[in-house]
Design a binder for this molecule. Structure first.
Ligand code: G6P
Length: 606
């Protein structure tokens, strides 16, 4: 949710920051801007829309200087105009900001009473004015920052550049992520280590509530009104080779194709190479866990819904799945000794972080399932289970989702064994089914031309219904989400059994119905739903296996025949075709699959 970057260098800083912003554009792309210092004087360029707009402005009017800050915005306060684009400047101070200053209205009123005139609708501008006022009144920038921090409420990260201070950046984080990069006589700061990957791999992660003073010679970290603290330097595992699109048109296309590796790497990390079994991470290794509560948002929530089936039927553990944004403000009744699992690709979704904290307040131990080991959610949890999908940039999650599902399934199998619910024979068969998945996903990816043909029709629909039962139900929800977020076609996912209680009224000859029907315990019932759709003239797009196609396929349908797998792991495989349908429908419609309107990948506002 907004990407921020700052750099103190010995080379022209604007191109370098523009490049870093490209790697942060997944966080928002409503507007972009840079500010630099040249001979102590602030210069600024801003543009509405995606980064390409700022590039054009910079081509016409390059920015001088070797120190600067940059921003790519996901609008919260004020429309995506140039006036609301960051950096925001007040007197000597320029600020780029991610998150929300919750008490901005009170601070704004205080400043207005002193005659300050605001030039934007943003909450950010108060930070620039408060720091500028303190500096004008004789404080050093560092003193001004120390005085400011206790006055700010909310979840945010920001970076400050001060006119006349060529060797200084101030940075702060509260809940929103921020990483500092150390170079050779250079210093950097950015929303994540990926943004800094080509610049340095020496990273200092700020803890929640930290603020920092960066100079070319190093960084000093403080808390509250200026208490110094030590934060260790770490070597980031992200390399610059991981952050490009390769030969693909979109990150989403590349990431869909990286799924065999993402699943295989995740399994490799989760399964012990000696025994082939998964180790159960704490706090799930405790005996007699009465209940698991999964909290997550978006696609990660659907991975959680799938995991509920596994945890209940393989491990026999009562499981509830909660939308993080709802759970955090509810008085959920949770048993002592219960465990919460926070699922998040980024490990930074603010709703999920707040839900994690709420679960702790309610006496639960927390396991994080994240793709970013250094993320806030990982650091605040009692145990961590990592997916090894590699950096994901497409706003619509693909490889991270199938990696999450893989890790969750392996975990449920291990819990099933530990709780004496699964025989070793069945557990071995299930682990083998998981190990075979990269190959099966690879087979699905070879039939792209077929997906393109179906997507051609799908792209012309106004509404699309996705149906699935049991383990296929969450994937139906996921398929509908994927389609709506990247093509803007209205789509709904429904439990197939619920179709007769409402959505059946929508079905006519213009409405494609995507039905997920692997031959599993729910197949016969789903087959009846297929007939009901046909009887009302609906256009059937059937995702099934060879046996299902032989039993159900009819000449008028689109039938996608997927490899036959153990029904327990089928949702992991079936997640792939729904991604491909949505992706090719977006290509057909000409919408931007990587940067769909109004969305952002990492949502660090509430
Ligand atoms: C945003 C993205 C979704 C993502 C969700 C949760 O809404 O657009 O694609 O699934 O955040 O993200 P997380 O990083 O917590 O998994």
């Amino acid at each position: 949710m907004c990407g921020i970057v700052g750099a103190l260098t010995d080379r022209p800083v604007a191109p370098l920051m523009l490049d870093a912003l490209r790697r942060l554009e997944y966080r928002g792309y409503d507007s972009a801007g840079l500010a630099t210092l040249a001979d102590g004087v602030l210069h600024r360029r801003r543009a509405a829309g995606k980064l390409a707009g700022l590039e054009a402005v910079l081509a016409a009017e390059p920015l001088p200087g070797t120190s600067g800050i940059g921003h790519t915005r996901w609008a919260t306060h004020g429309p995506p105009t140039v006036a609301n684009a960051h950096p925001h400047v007040a007197g000597r101070v320029a600020v780029v900001h991610n998150g929300i200053i919750e008490n901005h209205a009170a601070l704004k009123a205080e400043l207005k009473a002193e005659g300050v005139v605001f030039t934007s609708d943003t909450d950010t501008e108060v930070v620039a004015h408060l720091l500028d006022r303190a500096i004008r009144h004789g404080q050093t920038p560092q003193e001004a920052m120390a005085a400011l921090m206790p006055r700010l409420a909310g979840a945010f990260a920001f970076v400050v550049l001060v006119a006349g201070e060529d060797d200084l950046l101030l940075a702060a984080r509260r809940a929103s992520p921020l990483a500092i990069g150390l170079g050779d006589g250079e210093a950097f700061v950015g929303s994540d280590a990926v943004a800094l990957a080509p610049l340095t791999r020496r990273i200092v992660y700020l803890e929640d509530g930290d603020w920092a003073v960066l100079r070319r010679g190093g960084v000093r970290v403080f808390r509250d009104a200026g208490v110094p603290v030590e934060r260790p330097e770490q070597i980031s595992t992200v390399t610059s080779a991981m952050v490009g699109k390769g030969n693909y048109r979109h990150f989403m296309e590349k990431e869909i194709h990286e799924q065999p590796e993402a699943i295989a790497h995740t399994l490799h990390a989760v399964l012990d190479p000696g025994t082939g079994r998964a180790t159960i991470p704490p706090p799930l290794d405790a005996p007699g866990i009465p209940k698991i509560t999964i909290v997550a948002a978006g696609t990660s929530y659907y991975a959680g819904l799938t995991a509920r089936y596994w945890l209940e039927s393989l491990a026999g553990i009562a499981t509830e799945v909660e939308l993080a944004s709802e759970f955090r403000d509810r008085d959920a009744v949770l048993p002592p000794g219960g465990v919460a699992i926070a699922i998040s690709q980024s490990g930074e979704s603010l709703d999920t972080l707040m839900a994690l904290r709420r679960a702790k307040e309610l006496g639960q131990k927390v396991l994080a399932l994240v793709n970013v080991p250094e993320s806030t959610i990982a650091r605040e949890s009692d145990g961590v289970l990592l997916t090894r999908a590699g950096p994901e940039f497409g706003v619509a999650s693909t490889k991270a989702t199938t990696a999450q599902l893989t890790a969750l399934c392996a975990l449920a199998i291990a819990l099933g064994r530990a709780h004496g619910r699964l025989s070793e024979e069945r557990a071995t068969a299930l682990r083998e089914a998981l190990v075979g998945l990269p190959g099966r996903v690879g087979e699905v990816l070879q039939h792209e031309a077929h997906f393109m043909r179906i997507a051609h029709d799908l792209a012309r629909a106004r509404d699309v219904l996705y149906l699935g039962r049991g383990l296929s139900y969450p994937i139906a929800l996921e398929g509908a989400l994927k389609l709506k977020e990247i093509t803007y076609i209205h789509a709904e996912g429904y439990a197939a059994g619920e179709m007769k209680h409402g959505p059946i009224a929508l079905i006519d000859e213009t409405m494609p119905v995507v039905i997920l029907a692997p031959t599993d315990g729910w197949f016969e019932k789903t087959a009846s739903n297929v007939s009901e759709v046909r009887a009302r003239g609906g256009k059937v797009i059937l995702l099934t296996d060879a046996a299902g196609a032989a039993r159900l396929g009819e000449p008028g349908d689109h039938v996608i025949v997927l490899p036959t797998v153990d029904p327990m792991v089928a949702p992991i495989l079936y997640a792939v075709p729904v991604q491909l349908l949505a992706y090719y429908a977006a290509v057909e419609k000409g919408t931007d699959a990587d940067q769909p309107r109004n969305l952002a990948k990492s949502v660090t506002v509430e």
